[in-house]
Ligand binder design. Structure first.
Ligand code: AHM
Ligand code: MG
Length: 282
């Protein structure tokens, strides 16, 4: 299989998995009684989606490794690209029935890898309808996913010029002063939209323009979100759509990969807003 065919097969396998993931959710809203490698309590749904995606993505010719936020190590599944997955992003939204996502990064390197080694990345948004944003070769396509089939809705998606929304994670008293100062500055221009699932919040930024962040916190200088499974893939999508990603100093894609489950502060969105943020942060 060519490299492009492998990337297309990953995209299609993720789309094909979505009806099965959705179908498995209603009976799996309770906690699984275990923790993920980041020390967070897992839902039965997190385990279910992880196992399903390992099986589907691991079976693709040209995929050599599978890793996910929900398991400690990298699974060797053959030779070729490494796929890194957040099987159910925002799964704490399952109990109140709010949006969630599935994130995938396709790296041409062993994990943990640099965001510069991504050859493609994308995410599914389980909202009122199922959509997928998938970035490859510098451009982003938004798909409608029905019955596991992805149909393009918009090609060459870019962030709009006139941004309108922002959403920052973490408790406000836990924000360092420079983060709080930045939010003070932008909240007079933008509307607060924060839903507690990165994918839902980022897709609003992709649609309306603005800024999403899970910032550094006083109690957690590295923030909450994971580089390999969340920040790199979503940063790649936003950058391919003409936006900017940052860890506070520069592109998240340039953050040194040191650990499979490492966290990094992440700021994503309209370039002028990220430029201002970097100028405001100490
Ligand atoms: P998860 O992948 O384990 O669900 O956690 C990641 C989620 C992100 O989707 C979201 O941005 C963040 O955690 C929300 O955290 P908080 O509840 O602290 O606002
Ligand atoms: Mg997540």
């Amino acid at each position: 299989m060519s490299d492009a065919d492998t990337v297309a097969a990953v995209r299609d396998a993720i789309a094909a998995a979505t009806p099965d993931i959705r179908a498995g959710l209603p009976g799996r809203r309770e906690q699984a009684g275990s923790e993920n490698p980041s020390g967070e309590r897992r839902l039965a749904a997190d385990e279910y989606a992880d196992e399903l995606l390992e099986e589907r993505l691991g079976a693709i010719d040209g995929v050599g490794a599978y890793a996910s936020e929900e398991r400690e190590g990298v699974v060797d599944v053959g030779s070729g690209y490494s796929v890194a997955v957040d099987p159910l992003d925002g799964s704490s939204n399952l109990k109140p029935n709010n949006v969630m996502g599935t994130i995938v990064g396709v790296y041409d390197a062993t994990l943990p890898a640099s965001g510069r080694d991504l050859v493609a990345a994308g995410y599914v948004l389980y909202g009122p309808i199922t959509t997928m944003a998938f970035a490859h070769e510098g451009s982003v396509t938004e798909y409608l996913v029905e019955d596991g089939e992805a149909t393009p809705l918009r090609e060459d998606v870019t962030l709009p010029d006139d941004p309108t929304v922002y959403g920052f994670g973490g408790r406000v008293p836990d924000w360092p002063d420079d983060v709080a100062a930045y939010v003070d500055e932008v909240e007079s221009e933008l509307k607060l939209r924060y839903g507690g699932a990165m994918i839902g919040d980022v897709n609003q930024v992709l649609t309306y323009g603005g800024v999403f962040a899970y910032p550094k916190l006083e109690s957690a200088p590295e923030g909450k979100l994971r580089l390999q499974f969340e920040c790199n893939p979503v940063g790649y999508v936003i950058e391919c759509a003409g936006g900017r990603s940052s860890d506070g100093t520069g592109s998240v894609l340039d953050v040194d990969p040191t650990d499979l489950h490492q966290r990094t502060p992440v700021y994503l969105g309209t370039p002028s807003l990220i430029d201002r943020l970097e100028a405001t942060l100490d």
